[in-house]
Ligand binder design. Structure first.
Ligand code: ATP
Ligand code: MG
Length: 354
């Protein structure tokens, strides 16, 4: 049987990148799951705090993320949906794994550099003052927490966007290294090496800086379309999306990143519009940018409308029965914690701690 695990940070309402790169895949895996498969979807608040968070904002974002997951059609009867910080085994296994994680390997991970806007060749051990003050231990080591998240459940499949592929590679290396040291025999591994599942739309780009990926935590709200945005907001954001001054429409992610991103978004939001983003470009080659943008906005609105309406319904329910979302998440955490403790006990036994 499959064990699927994935996480999303409560750092804002999900955007089209989260939707196309991860959440839609989460729902597909849930809908196609066999009865004995296990699915775990986590709101990873321990990851969110690697960047400074305001407590009341974080509380609100956790609630909005839970509502977003339900709005996506993720179902607590079929998937274990929970907040990471409510399951203490995540932090516990992280410590154990971090005792065997190489600083050199971690320093080559690109994510912490992008969060600090450091150049890709930045070295964490570089003692320059700006670097030393900005880089927190938790941000540097969070791939180890991510490895713990996944390995805790014997996960076989991890559906994520492309930006996480490097961390998954790291997770497999941690698992193999740990098995090599502590597994009783190579045929009985303690930790399961997971497989990465990338969706076809694995990297949706920012609307305002189309050479960067769309992100919840990017400062400019016009850089992303949220799954809760109204028709007017969608239209306005697509209208102001950065493109170029070349005439006509063509697909080339290198030379026309803005236009290609719009074509990607339109195609992956509704694959019935063409056979590929490239084919869509050919079909629309003589259309004006203005007309393309109108089509893109319309396609997004038509495909996302149901999610927005479901989100509003969930939030209304929460307003009527205060704490209903928190209670659901608590039940998820209890189920997750039971599963997680099985791995932690095995690991501690193998290491001589039980
Ligand atoms: P933050 O800016 O706070 O890191 P984020 O938008 O990057 O937020 P995460 O919570 O870090 O979102 O990631 C949740 C999931 O969404 C991950 O699987 C990640 O790979 C995926 N994802 C994030 N951004 C994109 C994107 N632009 N395109 C495709 N997938 C994405
Ligand atoms: Mg991210």
């Amino acid at each position: 049987p499959k064990v699927v695990f994935s996480g999303i940070q409560p750092t804002g309402v999900p955007h089209l990148g989260n939707y196309l790169g991860a959440l839609r895949q989460w729902r597909k895996l849930q809908d196609e799951a066999a009865p004995d498969d296990t699915l775990l979807y986590s709101i990873v608040d321990l990851h969110a705090i690697t960047i400074k968070q305001d407590p009341s904002q974080l509380r609100q974002w956790r609630k909005e993320m839970l509502a977003s997951l339900y709005a996506m059609g993720l179902n607590p009867d079929r998937a274990v949906i929970f907040c990471q910080s409510a399951v203490p085994q995540h932090a516990e296994l992280m410590w154990i794994l971090s005792c065997n994680a190489s600083m050199g390997y971690l320093s080559r991970m690109t994510q912490w550099k992008s969060k600090l806007a450091l150049p890709s060749n930045a070295n964490p051990l570089d003692p320059s003052p700006a670097n030393k003050a900005a880089l927190k231990l938790g941000l540097f080591s969070y791939p180890v927490l991510q490895a713990a998240d996944i390995l805790l459940y014997g996960t076989t499949h991890v559906p994520v966007g492309e930006d996480q592929a490097q961390h998954l590679e790291f997770t497999r290396d941690i698992a193999n290294g740990f098995n090599h040291l502590f597994a009783p025999s190579p045929s009985a591994p303690l930790l399961v090496s997971p497989q990465t599942i990338l969706s076809p739309a694995k990297r949706v780009m920012s609307l305002t800086e189309p050479t960067k990926k769309m992100s919840k935590s990017a400062p400019d709200p016009r850089s992303r379309i949220l799954i809760t945005d109204s028709k007017e907001e969608i239209t306005k954001k697509i209208k102001t999306a950065l493109t170029d001054s070349t005439r006509g429409i063509s697909y080339d992610r290198e030379s026309r990143p803005g236009v290609s991103n719009l074509l990607d978004i339109m195609y992956y939001m509704d694959e019935s519009v063409a056979s590929s983003p490239e084919a869509l470009a050919v079909e629309m080659k003589d259309v004006s940018l203005k007309a393309l943008k109108e089509k893109v906005a319309e396609t997004i609105e038509n495909s996302i409308k149901d999610v927005r309406e479901k989100y509003e319904a969930v939030m209304n329910e929460e307003d009527k029965h205060d704490g209903y979302l928190a209670k659901e998440a608590e039940e998820g955490a209890t189920r997750a914690s039971k599963l997680a403790s099985l791995t932690v006990i095995k690991v501690k036994e193998a290491m001589g701690m039980i």
